[in-house]
Design a protein around this ligand. Structure first.
Ligand SMILES: [Zn+2]
Ligand SMILES: [Zn+2]
Length: 221
């Protein structure tokens, strides 16, 4: 359901080219961007989108009331392709809007935005997959399973690192890049540090962020 909702929002927004055209806030910049070949627009779009995503992702980790929503995503105790779809609906809507908005404001062409939408669908599934392939130097260029698995590690020294979902470069720029040198090293355990803060079941997990301070504390106790 979460994954369908993600794609549905993206299709809804990008399908309307008039919305895209109306949102482009800087005509000169839009003309410059659209004068580039689609592949170049696509590369820039991926960087811009990942930067926006990583900044918001960092906010999810550092602002307590936002963390409650994001904790649902981090509550997976096993990493596999489906773990990427365990996301609170509020987070889906918030993240997709925050990522698409700069792309639309800057005026990227529809094919470039569509190509980005396809990539994010594939890479979100791939990054969570339990795929133990060693990718060598490619791990420093693209976000691959081991990179995002370390983001989900239930390990104190890996809390709040690797926010990017496309390009590790984004984390390098933000100072939040961290990967063990030994390519054979994977996290021993996944999940949130305080396991008792996230209830089990899709309904309870969706209600959890809205339960006021006292009820939340009771639950934690
Ligand atoms: Zn996270
Ligand atoms: Zn994840």
């Amino acid at each position: 359901m979460s994954h369908v909702l993600v794609q549905f929002i993206l299709i809804l927004v990008t399908a309307s080219t008039s919305t895209v055209a109306a949102l482009a806030a800087f005509p000169a910049l839009k003309n410059l961007i659209q004068s580039l070949p689609v592949w170049a627009q696509f590369l820039i779009a991926v960087f811009v989108a990942d930067m926006a995503q990583a900044l918001l992702h960092r906010a999810y980790h550092n602002i307590p009331w936002l963390w409650r929503f994001h904790a649902v995503h981090h509550s997976s105790r096993h990493m596999d392709w489906l773990a990427g779809s365990r996301i609170h609906f509020v987070e889906i809507v918030l993240t997709r809007s925050a990522v698409l908005l700069p792309l639309l404001i800057l005026g990227f062409s529809t094919p470039a935005v569509n190509a980005y939408v396809i990539l994010v669908g594939l890479q979100a599934v791939l990054a969570h997959a339990n795929l133990g392939i060693r990718f060598g130097w490619l791990e420093y260029l693209l976000v691959l399973p081991r990179y995002h698995h370390w983001h989900h590690a239930r390990q104190q020294d890996y809390v709040d690192v690797n926010y990017a979902i496309h390009l590790p470069l984004v984390d390098m720029l933000m100072g939040t890049f961290k990967l063990p040198r030994d390519q054979a090293q994977w996290p021993e355990e996944y999940g949130v540090m305080k396991l008792e803060t996230v209830p089990k079941g899709i309904v309870s997990q969706h209600l959890m962020p809205f339960q006021g301070g006292r009820r939340y504390q009771d639950h934690v106790d």
